[in-house]
Structures are given as C-alpha cells and as structure tokens.
Design a protein around this ligand. Sequence first.
Ligand code: HXC
Length: 517
Amino acid sequence: MEGETKRKLEVLRELRSRAVLGGGQKRIDQQHERGKRTARERLGLLLDEGSFQEFGALATHGLTDFGLDRQRFPGDGVVTGFGKINGRRVAVFSQDFTVMGGSFSEVQSQKIARIQDRALEAGIPLIGLGDSGGARIQEGVRSLAAYGEIFVRNVLASGVIPQISVILGPCAGGAVYSPALTDFIVMAGKGYMFLTGPEVIKAVTGEDVSVEDLGGAEVHTGRSGVAHLDAESEEEGLALVKALLSYLPQNNSEEPPQIVSEDPVERMDEDLNSLIPDGDNTPYDIRDAIGAIFDRDSFLEVQENYAANAVIGFARMDGYSVGIVANQPCYMSGALNIDASDKIARHIRLCDAFNVPIVTFIDCPGFLPGTGQEYGGVIRHGAKIIYAYCEATVPKISIVTRKAMGGAYVAMSSRQMRSDLTFAWPTGQIAVMGAEGAVRILYRDEIKKAADPLAREQEILAEYREHFFNPYRAADVGQIDEVIEPRESRPRVARALEILRTKVQQNPAKKHGLSPV
Ligand code: HXC
C-alpha cells in the first residue's frame, strides 16, 4: 500500500514538472531567444512572491484532428489561477506561447472562464497576459466558440471588477477582442496586436506592412487608441499593471484604497500663479498644473500619445485616488476633436464605474472645426463626453484655468451637467466664442460704417474681452462657485473632495441608456 501511494505521488510530481515546462524546454529556449519571458516567469514578476495558486495545470485537450494528438501538453497553452498584488487578491491568466503559439483552444477557454467566474463572484480584478496566435486553427469552430465564452464573461464583469490585459507577444485574430473588452490594454516588450495579419492584408489589399507597423505599441498607443499604456520591457509593463491597480478598488462596491500621503494637503505652489502665460493663445503644459496640485509624483497618465489635446489619468489627493481629465493647451490649443472625445468619455465612465472622483481642468477653445471632423461624426463623438459627465454620479470638480468657450464650456463638466463644485482661476475666460469671431458677427455693420473700421474693431474687441475674458460674469450667475488663486488649488480641491466623499446620487432606473457610440 505504501508503495502504491508513493507511486501515485510520483505520478503527480511527474505531471506537475511536465506542466511547468509547457511546450517543452526547447520551446522555452526559443521563447527566450525571441526576447520573451515564459508565461510562468511573467506571473512571477507580476504577483507577490509565493502568492500564486494555480488551477487547471493538468488540463489538456482530447482532440485528434490535424495531428493534435501529437500536440498534447498539460495546461494546454495557458496558466491560470489566483495570486496577490501588493497584498490584494487578483485572478490571472497567462498565455503560454510555447504550446502551439499560445493558440486559443476550447480547453484554454474553459480554464480562463473558470477563473473569470470566480473573479466576478469574489469581486477581485482579472489580469490577462496575452501571447497568442489567435484561434487554434486545428480546433475549428471549437476555438471560435471558445472566444465567445470569454467575451461574454468580459462583458458581464465590465464595470464590476477591474479587468486589465497585457500584450506581451502576438495578439492575433480573435485574441484581440477579449483585451478590447477590458478596461486597460498595456503593451510591453515584443507585444503586438492585429485582427488580420500582414499575409492576409497583402492578399486582400496588396499592401505590404510589417507586424510592427501594423500593430506595434506605437500604433496602438498613438494612432488607433486601442491600447492605453506601453512599456519597453515586460517588467515595466507588469509594473504598470500594479500601478493601475493601486488607483482602483477591488470591485465596484468598494472604494479605491487610500495610501498614506507624505504631501501636506495645505501645500501651495507659488509657481502656479504664473503658469498661465499672458498671451491668450500662448501654450503651456496642463500637466504642470496637475503635477503641482496633486500628491507629489502621483500622476499616472493614460493614453499619453493618443489625442494629446486631452490629458487623462489618475492621481492622488491626500492619498485618495482621483481621476483626471484635462484639455491640453500645448497640443492643438486643447481643442476637442473626435479622438479626444472618445478618450475623455471613456475615462469618465471608467472612473464612474469604479468610484473614482473626477477632477476636470478646462482650457479649451471649443470643438475643432472642419469637414474632416464633421464628416467623421464629431457630433456623435462629442456627445459621448456630455453623456458621460451627465451620467456619472461620482464626485466631480472642475477648474477653468483659461478658455472655456462655447461647446467646450458646456461639455467639459459644466454646472448644469451635474458638476458638484466649479472653480475658476482669475485667468478664466468663459464666453460663447472667441473675441474675433464674436465681434465680427455682432458688430459687422457697425465696424463697416465706422470712420476708422480697424480702430472701431479694436475698440469693440477690447470691450468684449473686458466683459467675457474673466471668470466674474460666470461667478455672478453662479456658474462658477469660486474664483481662486491658482496656488490655492491644492487645498481647495482637497477640501472639496473631502466634502464630496460621501456624495450619494442616483440615476433613474433603466435597463441601460444609449450612450452615443
Ligand atoms: C495553431 C498556431 C497558431 C494558430 C501560431 N501557431 N498561431 N497554431 N493555431 N492560430 C503555431 C505555429 O504554427 C508555430 O508552430 C508556433 O505556433 C509558433 O508560431 P510562429 O509562427 O513560429 O511564431 P511567430 O513567427 O512569432 O509568428 C506568430 C504569429 C503567426 C504572427 C502569431 O504564428 C501567425 O500568423 N499565426 C496565425 C495568426 C492568425 O491568423 N490567427 C487568427 C486565427 S483566426 P510550429 O510547431 O510550427 O513551431 C481567429 C478568428 C477568431 O482568431 C475570431 C473571433 C472573434
């Protein structure tokens, strides 16, 4: 009996040691030669030491089509389980490229779906590390159906638990859509994403494009806006996941964690008083304001290179997590366009879903004019910002630093759209439109008829500026709650956030609204 038990233990140990090797030592060596870590090495970097508990290590397929019986590996190309990041529980899966290129199979799907279900029920974040050639071709419809199992769980978990995808190798075909349904996509190391590969593109369109130019990090964090953060190395990419999680709650019924802040709330930054340049159109970097107002070094910018005319991200105030939305005057004068609208609207909804208060900085001349924008549907896209701000029930504070013109004033978290507290700096300009345009429309005849039209125009321009290029008209009518010195922003925002911490607001019951898409 003793011998029998011992043999059984040996069988388990043998199976486990095979499972750890994934597709085998030769494939692991190839993975390293490609400059990539293995699925398990990545989990080792992501999770607190010794915290990983694996489930499904021995699962494998029972198929024989197309020689699959010779390609049977314990784990079947994905490592799944639970662990901790900075002491907080997470569910994880990590695709194993050493097993048939990490191709997505029925068994992979069953394993991932199991941990998705557990993560949703337990209310803990889900992190997926992707390195996959897409649907396992030999499995046919089984692997297609398998994707559906993951997608439906991604969608049902959306807004309940944070979901983060990290792209560390190919993410091809159907493999792109689970990440696209999650809250964040981080691209790192050799990661790339495409729906249809270079060979198919060549055959269909004749275009010759490299994998990198088609779906590298530069493309997806810059042009397409598909990804949110990127890093040179796998370590840095995984560190970004930990940083992101530190701003988010475990689920939508909890608050984000508060950390102890060393930065005094009453600190005032004198430099802020001279941040806004004298010229109306002289650029400055709104990130200087963000950096000076929130807890030192706490700002994590998201989608930095996509629609740089808007800035979004997370910061902390007195150790509490805050979502940041801002126009960026040093890029396209901070005008709102299609891409910036998408970027801002999505971030508002994400913060709202996860109980992160939103602070909005406004310096925007309005929506970008032009046929390109109108034909591209700037009306539909711009409406997303309005929808998102109106719908959001988290605390919302706004600060007009300079221009709040026309549509931008209304859209960017205005009072009527349920902004809780609105501040303006003395440099604020709140008007329906810029001075030149307004004067041309309102005083066309008068200027034409004047003895010296140029001089008259200058006179009226000065009057218009005097009247509207300050925040006091808006404060008079209660559109701005308080005009503050820029240097006072940190203590004022901190106290406002403190007041609003227990805010309760509810929207009418409905199945769901129709946010413009
Ligand atoms: C089965 C696959 C595979 C796949 C890769 N492999 N992708 N096996 N199904 N989808 C295998 C390769 O045959 C190879 O096995 C091993 O994985 C490593 O792949 P390589 O090609 O050597 O790696 P690399 O040069 O890095 O190229 C990676 C790649 C390429 C760009 C991902 O493998 C590729 O183009 N794969 C197919 C991608 C694709 O079109 N997938 C879409 C499927 S359709 P051996 O044994 O030869 O080393 C789909 C639709 C779902 O996903 C839609 C749902 C909405």
